[in-house]
Design a protein around this ligand. Structure first.
Ligand SMILES: Cc1cc2nc3c(=O)[nH]c(=O)nc-3n(C[C@H](O)[C@H](O)[C@H](O)COP(=O)(O)OP(=O)(O)OC[C@H]3O[C@@H](n4cnc5c(N)ncnc54)[C@H](O)[C@@H]3O)c2cc1C
Length: 480
């Protein structure tokens, strides 16, 4: 059985970045992943915007926004040198395309408020955020009937070609004398006879290492379930399924363009790619049991194509479809990444970077490698996997914004219910109404009103009245 110092499971952007950083620090590393099987991986499906501030939403909890923006800013400051070094070591011409525009239009729930939140976050960190007329944004030529409202330029942000970045990382890794790349899937991990960790591979072979870094994206939880002798105490990692497309387009796009975050997703975006191509992304649908084999649905593709053509550039109608991708963004219930040592000191984790893993990669590698080289250095970091996950309990999770977000997800971009949604909404309302009438709402005043109504008129015809009573009384919709 082969033995090594650190075994890294997974060769997405995080596994590769961590493995390289460890090897640069003098650690012997084995990177284990089925390199040619790329189904469902987040990293290659990513638009790869370097969105420090453009990922801010007006309804973010302040403590979370501070942590996330702080870490993304540190990552951005590492980025250009990190990429230049990868390009040199691998011989692959990968580079950051500087700048990013956030465009507000009437299709969002309240895009201008979101732009303000982005601008405020940038200026509070002394970074540039410049308002422009949308006509100044290169590549933006939307449908004339629904012109954008404004555009915010973030010159310090940027984007990168995710595939080139991964090729460069892999190139640098295979050239490194302290790195061994093993093409296999880890089926389980267990404590070895002399205190180290044994990894069982799908090839039937076994590997030993004194420490293991879990960087298997959304498959990390499954791997830990198969590794029942280890008590890492890792919170579950869920998936934000995202679909994106790559097109060859008749438009010059020097800089990424995006809308602000919308309806539980990262908005719509166009990102420049090499060879005259443009990346169009991305959908986001939460899943507790992701199926990495499932390809894009027509509904997901239609959402992207319709949005990009109407809101960004009508000439995209003539673009040639080059590829589609599905990726699963790893995410925890508190939405913060998991980076550092778990409850089992031999097991570390680098995952759950959700919508920002491409940007965060050099920073995650810095924190994780720091913890391996100097144990205890990442203790107490907000990304620590041993933190207590702060999640609002029960109905507190449903903020005034939630209803608006759900409504936006149910409707097509013209505000009408998307095809087939009427039947789904019908079933949902049926269930919601019956549980409202049987269990009663949480608010006591409303509970009494509804009980009175239902007692007096237990007829279907009373439902519109119940709807209006709840709409007037219940919940706290956010002010526009
Ligand atoms: C559509 C989309 C758009 C995005 N846009 C952006 C963006 O603009 N900017 C940004 O910063 N981020 C973006 N992200 C998020 C970013 O892509 C992720 O946060 C990041 O790629 C996660 O990387 P990872 O290495 O953890 O996971 P992955 O890339 O999913 O890699 C997981 C790796 O683990 C391996 N693996 C799984 N199970 C095993 C096993 N049992 N044994 C061995 N190996 C295993 C897989 O083979 C793979 O190599 C986007 C994501 C998506 C899907």
């Amino acid at each position: 059985m082969r033995s090594t110092e650190v075994l890294v499971v997974g060769a997405g952007v995080l596994g590769c970045a961590v493995a390289l950083r460890l090897a640069d620090g003098g650690v012997r590393v084995a990177l284990v992943a089925p390199l040619t099987d790329r189904r469902g991986h987040a990293s290659r499906a990513a638009g790869a915007m370097l969105g420090v501030f453009s990922e801010v939403s007006s309804h973010d909890e302040p403590w979370r926004r501070d942590v996330e923006v702080g870490e993304r800013l540190q990552a951005r400051r590492l980025y250009d040198d990190w990429v230049a070094d990868l390009a040199e070591r691998s011989g692959i011409g990968v580079a950051v395309a500087p700048g990013l525009f956030v465009v507000a239009n009437a299709e969002g729930e309240n895009d201008e408020r979101e732009l303000q939140a982005v601008a405020d976050a940038a200026s509070s960190h002394g970074c540039r955020a410049e308002l422009h007329s949308w006509r100044d944004v290169p590549g933006l030529a939307p449908e004339r009937r629904s012109p954008p409202l404004s555009a915010l330029e973030l010159p310090d942000e940027g984007s990168i070609d995710a595939s080139l970045l991964l090729d460069a990382l892999e190139g640098a890794l295979v050239r490194h004398s302290l790195v061994e790349v093993v093409q296999a899937r880890v089926t389980s991990l267990a404590p070895g006879p002399t205190g180290e960790i044994t990894a069982r591979l799908d090839s039937g072979a076994e590997r030993r290492a004194s420490q293991v870094v879990l960087a298997a994206g959304v498959e990390t939880t499954q791997l830990m379930l198969a590794s029942e002798q280890l008590e890492a105490g890792l919170p579950p990692i869920l998936s934000g399924r995202g679909v994106s497309i790559l097109v060859r387009a008749p438009l010059a796009l020097p800089t990424a363009i995006r809308t602000p975050n919308r309806s539980f997703a990262c908005g719509l975006h166009l990102v420049p790619r090499s060879g005259g191509c443009v990346y169009v992304g991305a959908t986001n649908r939460l899943s507790t049991a992701p199926s990495v084999d499932r390809g894009p649905t027509l509904d997901e593709l239609a959402t992207l194509v319709d949005g990009a053509v109407r809101q960004f550039n009508t000439s995209l109608r003539h673009a040639e479809l080059m590829a589609t991708a599905v990726g699963h963004r790893p995410v925890t219930v508190d939405r913060l990444p998991l980076v550092g040592r778990t409850r089992d000191p031999r097991v570390l984790v680098a995952s759950a970077t959700y919508r920002n893993g491409i940007l965060l990669a050099p920073r995650v590698a810095e924190i994780l490698a720091g913890e391996v080289l100097q144990p205890g250095s990442a203790t107490g970091h907000p990304f620590s996997p041993q933190r207590e996950l702060k999640v609002p309990g029960g109905l507190e999770a449903l903020t005034g914004w939630t209803g608006r977000g759900l409504l936006a997800q149910l409707t097509a971009s013209d505000g009408r219910l998307a095809p087939g949604r009427d039947e789904e909404l019908e079933r949902f309302l049926q269930l919601a109404l019956s549980s409202l009438l049987v269990d009663g709402p949480v608010d006591d005043g409303l509970r009494r009103k509804l009980a009175r109504l239902w007692e007096r008129a237990p007829l279907e015809e009373v439902l519109p009245l119940i709807f209006e009573t709840v709409a007037r009384h219940g919940g706290k919709p956010e002010k526009a």
